[in-house]
Design a binder for this molecule. Structure first.
Ligand SMILES: *[C@@H]1O[C@H](CO)[C@@H](O)[C@H](O)[C@H]1NC(C)=O
Length: 249
């Protein structure tokens, strides 16, 4: 019977195909996507710049295909004994940190709340953040959940929660914006490089456009090599992240 070994080969091929995604798609959070956290404060110019340029550009290029993005709007704010929050750039920053915390709470879909936060930060870049409520209309979002939240104890509680999360960082943040990729603080200029390096699946578009997102010499964990832009990695940054190569890719 000539058919038997033939069938066996097809079965073996199928098993290989079924087996491949589980080893190629294993990520730190179980979805295969790399966890990324951004710690920032609403009226800090480098934060606004990072959100509206680097992060917005990365979103456009498909960042969410490779990363689970968490925004933490708090930064260097401090909580007093009575629970009141004081912010580095004054009460307006506290207000907008809380507004952004409320946006995350109201619209858990990162595409939605990032759109809103990006809009507010674009205004902050122009120092016209007083017009932040125009972002509801601009994006066709219902103002109600965010308005009710930031004016209430709920908004305050969300800010306290982000304060706790920021305060629990190991190592503690030493600058803002503070980007944590897969549990490790990374240079905000090269964060996409580290995401692509940690990502074990097939490299999507964002990981194939190094010039747009970073200039570091790259050999991503997925086996794709990029040219160096003559940029040297910080000492000690590289050694901990030798990601195991994907063998079956
Ligand atoms: C910021 O200012 C520039 C220059 O005046 C303007 O073109 C741009 O539309 C402004 N952006 C926002 C979001 O207000």
């Amino acid at each position: 019977m000539a058919a038997r070994p033939h069938h066996f080969l097809i079965l073996a091929a199928l098993l290989l195909l079924i087996g491949a995604p589980s080893s190629a798609g294993a990520g730190s959070d179980g979805t295969g996507k790399v966890p990324v956290e951004l710690y920032y404060e609403s009226l800090c110019p480098p934060s606004a710049l990072f959100v509206t340029y680097r992060l917005a550009e990365a979103f456009e290029d498909g960042l969410l295909e490779v990363a689970d993005v968490t925004l933490v709007p708090y930064g260097n704010a401090e909580v007093g004994k009575d629970g009141t929050i004081t912010c580095e750039h004054g009460p307006e920053e506290c207000l907008l940190n809380t507004v952004e915390a409320c946006a995350i709470d109201a619209w858990p879909d990162v595409n939605v709340h990032f759109g809103f936060i990006n809009c507010v930060e674009e205004l902050a870049m122009n120092e016209t953040q007083g017009e932040w409520e125009s972002c509801f209309h601009k994006l066709g979002l219902d103002p109600k959940p965010v308005t009710e939240c930031y004016k209430s104890e709920h908004g305050h509680k969300l800010s306290l929660k982000y304060g706790k999360q920021t305060g629990a960082l190991v190592p503690p943040l030493t600058g803002i914006p503070w980007v944590v990729v897969d549990g490790k603080p990374r240079d905000d200029g090269d964060f996409v490089y580290y995401i692509c390096k940690a990502y074990k699946g097939r490299p999507p578009k964002i990981c194939q456009e190094p010039d747009r997102h970073y200039r570091t010499a790259v050999e991503a964990g997925n086996g794709v090599s990029y040219n160096s832009g003559g940029f040297k990695l910080h000492d000690g940054v590289e050694d901990k992240i030798e990601v195991a190569r994907v063998e079956n890719n």
